[in-house]
Write a protein that binds this ligand. Structure first.
Ligand SMILES: NC(=O)c1ccc[n+]([C@@H]2O[C@H](COP(=O)([O-])OP(=O)(O)OC[C@H]3O[C@@H](n4cnc5c(N)ncnc54)[C@H](O)[C@@H]3O)[C@@H](O)[C@H]2O)c1
Ligand SMILES: O=P(O)(O)OC[C@H](O)CO
Length: 329
């Protein structure tokens, strides 16, 4: 039985997952690089920086020493995508080779274009891998509100064991053997959510957002299939489900970032003050490069990348998207 769950990363999602783990009756050990935050979690049972309104179960323990994770029966990887390689690599010497790794971060490594399972397989070679993804705002999970996730692994026995260990009445895993599809859905939906925020910020209407969600899903499916994922995964919780959630709620950091940009805020100003991660920023660049390499069309993702990273004018980019030739669905 998977009893002791190590959680690498005590941001909003790592902390919410610790809450789900304790609700399921398992032990949660959170790792954070910030010793003061570990002390706060242990002594005050709160995470005032990343999940300010949550009261945490006192059984949740935190540490800033990665060596403490070596006794985990499974390790959830919940650090921002661009930091996974660096942080996880430091665990290779201390983590047993049979410890399952569960990728809970949603992004693509910008420098390499690699998915999180690909990065984990290089940073911590040989360990069994799974992906946990889906429509999951951390604050709602921490409050015990009903949530369903995809738990995907090529090893169906591992996915089932993880579901048994982590699942409960309000945190319901659905099993899949398509981790690639689950990862692509989780990463690209953040980019499409930025696009949706931008059109809402520009007051272009709900029709425009529905069009972006639908054509965004077409981009997710193209990339997912090209990477070896399956279309039913991309139509499930970790694809369509998460895309819908993230593109329609101001609670989403990616959507909210797009909204602010659409309303006229400066990208660099927004990034210079933010504490929390908006994965779509880095993934927009990664997805654009990957689409070019794989020879697939992803015009919305490319447009977001042009706005964020190439200084393109928002109205000019929207004008170019609207001027694209008519085509079939
Ligand atoms: N918050 C959610 O609702 C939610 C839900 C599902 C998945 N996720 C995914 O989980 C992952 C983590 O997101 P989060 O919401 O927990 O993060 P967060 O925004 O709450 O916190 C930021 C995290 O990044 C870490 N960090 C910041 N700068 C760093 C650096 N230079 N080096 C190493 N670590 C650094 C911080 O210590 C902190 O743990 C992301 O991939 C996100 O997409 C988040
Ligand atoms: O706040 P966001 O945009 O990072 O989205 C959080 C989760 O990924 C939603 O499923």
């Amino acid at each position: 039985m998977i009893e002791r769950i190590g959680i690498l990363g005590a941001g909003a999602w790592g902390t919410a997952l610790a809450a789900a783990v304790t609700t399921a009756g398992r032990q949660a050990l959170l790792w954070t690089r910030n010793a003061e935050l570990a002390q706060e979690i242990n002594e005050d049972h709160s995470n005032s920086v990343y999940l300010p309104r949550a009261r945490l179960d006192p059984s949740i323990r935190a540490t800033s020493d990665t060596a403490d994770l070596s006794g985990s029966d499974a390790l959830l990887l919940v650090v921002p995508a661009q930091h996974l390689r660096g942080i996880a690599g430091g665990l290779d010497a201390i983590l047993p080779e049979d410890t399952p790794l569960v990728l809970c971060c949603k992004g693509i490594e910008r420098n390499s274009g690699k998915l999180m399972t690909e990065v984990a397989a290089e940073a911590l070679p040989g360990r069994p891998l799974a992906v946990l993804s889906g429509p999951t705002f951390a604050a709602e999970v921490a409050s015990g509100l009903p949530t369903a996730v995809t738990l995907a692994s090529e090893d169906s026995g591992l996915a089932a064991a993880l579901a048994e260990s982590l699942g409960n009445r309000s945190f319901r895993p659905y099993l899949s053997n398509d981790p690639t599809g689950a990862e692509v859905g989780g990463a690209v939906k953040n980019v499409i959510a930025i696009a949706c925020g931008i059109v809402q910020g520009r007051a272009l209407g709900d029709n425009a957002r529905a069009a972006l969600i639908t054509r965004g899903l077409a981009e997710i499916v193209r990339l997912g299939l090209a990477k070896g994922g399956r279309s039913e995964t991309l139509m499930g919780l970790s694809g369509f489900g998460d895309l819908t959630l993230t593109c329609t709620a101001v609670q989403s950091r990616n959507y909210a970032l797009g909204l602010a940009l659409g309303e006229g805020a400066d990208f660099e100003d927004l990034m210079s003050v933010r504490l929390t991660v908006a994965e779509g920023v880095e993934s927009a660049a990664a997805v654009t490069t990957l689409a070019k390499t794989l020879g697939i069309e992803m015009p919305i993702s490319k447009a977001v990348n042009a706005i964020l990273h190439q200084g393109a004018d928002i109205d000019a980019v929207i004008g170019s998207l609207l001027a694209r030739p008519f085509t079939s669905e």
